[in-house]
Design a protein around this ligand. Structure first.
Ligand SMILES: Nc1ncnc2c1ncn2[C@@H]1O[C@H](COP(=O)(O)OP(=O)(O)OP(=O)(O)O)[C@@H](O)[C@H]1O
Ligand SMILES: [Mg+2]
Length: 270
């Protein structure tokens, strides 16, 4: 641990060259289910990290810990080299960590533009500046190429993919330093999925945002991610630069895991 200590941040600022985000020894149980076991993960500044793995591997659980939604049982989180105890999603957001959940966090009864500025409402004291929010929401969605006719409709009236696009747009335009995207492509059509990936590529080029993206389509994320971490049964089993792995290698690992589990089950049934 001495090396850790020598890297500890100066009292009045982040450590130079520190990772945007660092996870050390995080574990999480839900009753009898161990969702995460001793997870260690790093996200460099300006890096796009893809978090891959099968259903139930623990990807969303990890993301929900990193965005303050739920606390870990053990371990710690360092943001810009400084340990943080995330008390809530709002607290994490105030520190620059913003997330798009798999189970979306939009408010159905509100309009598209109110959702886009949720908890960051523009105010022209003492009133909400609806005109500014409506205009910006329109611009952001147009910039992203998201086809939503009116920003005045309630999001309850939109499709799943459109809702997802709004959640992503909200996070992307939030000035977050760390962006956590849980399957932002899942409810998307081919065109919309490509738009989200383009957006992540744009963010990467800007260099001031670091991104963790969870996805099931290995081919798609390998294109935008700098590095991939594979999560299997609550553990990170592979950490490689995207250029050093392939869809074939990742698929092979996951299929091998499935075959091994199947063999175990057969053995138990004998
Ligand atoms: N709130 C909860 N209560 C109980 N068990 C939970 C809870 N959240 C997650 N789990 C369990 O933890 C494990 C990991 O779930 P998680 O949602 O993190 O998986 P995932 O990798 O995101 O899967 P998917 O690709 O299907 O979204 C699963 O076995 C799941 O049933
Ligand atoms: Mg999930």
């Amino acid at each position: 641990m001495t090396t850790e200590a020598s890297l500890s941040p100066a009292p009045d600022g982040p450590a130079p060259g520190a990772d945007a985000l660092r996870v050390e020894h995080i574990s999480k149980r839900f009753g009898a289910v161990t969702a995460l076991k001793d997870i260690n993960l790093r996200l460099g500044k300006g890096e796009v990290l893809a978090l891959l793995g099968d259903n139930g591997a623990g990807k969303s659980t990890l993301l929900k810990i990193l965005c303050g939604f739920q606390p870990p049982d053990t371990g710690r989180i360092l943001l810009d080299g400084e340990e943080v105890a995330l008390k809530s999603v709002d607290h994490a957001r105030s520190l620059g960590i913003d997330a798009v959940y798999q189970d979306l966090a939009l408010i159905n009864e509100l309009t598209v533009y109110h959702n886009m500025f949720l908890k960051r409402e523009r105010v022209r004291w003492p009133l909400l500046n609806n005109r500014a929010m409506r205009k910006l929401a329109r611009e952001h969605l147009d910039d992203m190429g998201v086809g939503i006719k009116s920003v005045d409709v309630e999001v309850a009236k939109l499709s799943g993919g459109q809702r997802q696009a709004i959640a992503v747009a909200r996070a992307v335009y939030s000035d977050a330093k760390v962006l956590l995207l849980d399957e932002p492509l899942a409810a998307m059509g081919v065109k919309e999925g490509a738009l989200i990936l383009d957006l992540v590529t744009d963010l990467k080029q800007r260099g001031d945002v670091s991104v963790i993206i969870i996805a099931h389509n290995y081919g798609q994320v390998l294109e935008v991610a700098d590095r991939i971490n594979l999560l299997q049964d609550g553990e990170i089993t592979l950490d490689k630069a995207s250029k050093d792995t392939s869809v074939e290698e990742l698929t092979e690992i996951v299929v091998a895991e499935y075959r091994a589990a199947l063999r175990e089950r057969h053995k138990a049934a004998e």
